[in-house]
Design a protein around this ligand. Structure first.
Ligand SMILES: [Mn+2]
Length: 258
């Protein structure tokens, strides 16, 4: 079995990601998967706020297929930015319960017009099928440090199926609720309660450690984004925040778990 690696929210920073992957040997000088049987976990938020969201989608799609052929894996969950871009693409004029159009919400959240122009049906289908939760080896991979997942089920399959249904059926009420839920964060960080919350989350969904993005580490620690070069491991080691804050100008990092 190869190594286990994880990276946080990319937000369109494709060149930076390729550079980081090259440093740890997961891609070669041409950017092709060279990680053999290794596994790379990604927390989602591939798009928005950065230069090349569609390029990030294409990179992850390609690395998934190259890794698979090599006996490795690139596991990626959907982040709220990936989902809101889907909404803006499909229902730009539709308004949420607060009366704001999805297009405007997406734009306010850092949506890039060029990404929407470059987005193809293949990208859209791939995004629509992204899971929101995965067990990778014994790590529980999610996007948000939030208990929103509880609302959708008691198992990984149930959560992925219920959220997948909302997306597949274009259930706009369901979408509204999902987007509101994705605005929450920091569920595992309170002291001392966070440890207990993390433990019960892991008991419910499985795994020994939660991997998440969504909340830049600099926002939690008060450090400068540019200084963040490692994950924030907290809640007695039960939770790993991988969001280096690339969209804030941080260098980003790849965390080796095994
Ligand atoms: Mn993010």
């Amino acid at each position: 079995m190869g190594g286990l690696y994880a990276v946080g929210d990319i937000h369109g920073h494709v060149d930076q990601l390729v550079g980081l992957l090259f440093q740890v040997g997961l891609v070669d000088a041409d950017g092709a998967w060279s990680g053999r049987e290794s596994t790379l976990c990604m927390t989602g938020d591939l798009v928005d706020r950065g230069p090349d969201g569609v390029g990030a989608i294409e990179l992850v799609m390609r690395l998934q297929s190259e890794a698979l052929k090599a006996g490795g894996q690139v596991a990626c969950v959907a982040g709220n930015h990936d989902l809101i871009m889907l909404l803006a693409q499909r229902f730009p004029k539709q308004k949420n319960r607060q009366g704001t159009s999805y297009y405007k919400i997406w734009q306010r959240n850092g949506g890039r017009e060029t990404d929407l122009e470059l987005l193809t049906d293949t990208h859209i289908e791939w995004l629509r099928r992204l899971p929101v939760m995965l067990l990778v080896r014994d790590r529980l991979l999610i996007h948000a440090d939030s208990l929103l997942y509880h609302r959708y089920g008691r198992s990984i399959d149930e959560v992925n199926t219920r959220i997948g249904d909302i997306i597949a059926r274009d259930d706009l009420d369901g979408w509204d609720i999902l987007m509101d839920e994705f605005a929450t964060r920091e569920a595992f960080i309170q002291r001392p309660g966070g440890v207990r919350v993390a433990r019960s989350f892991l008991e419910r969904y499985g795994g020994t450690q939660i991997l998440h993005g969504h909340t830049p580490i600099s926002a939690v620690t008060g450090r400068q984004p540019a200084e963040v070069n490692e994950p924030l491991i907290y809640a007695d080691g039960l939770v790993v925040n991988l969001d280096g804050g690339m969209y804030l100008g941080a260098p980003g990092f790849i965390h080796r778990l095994e």
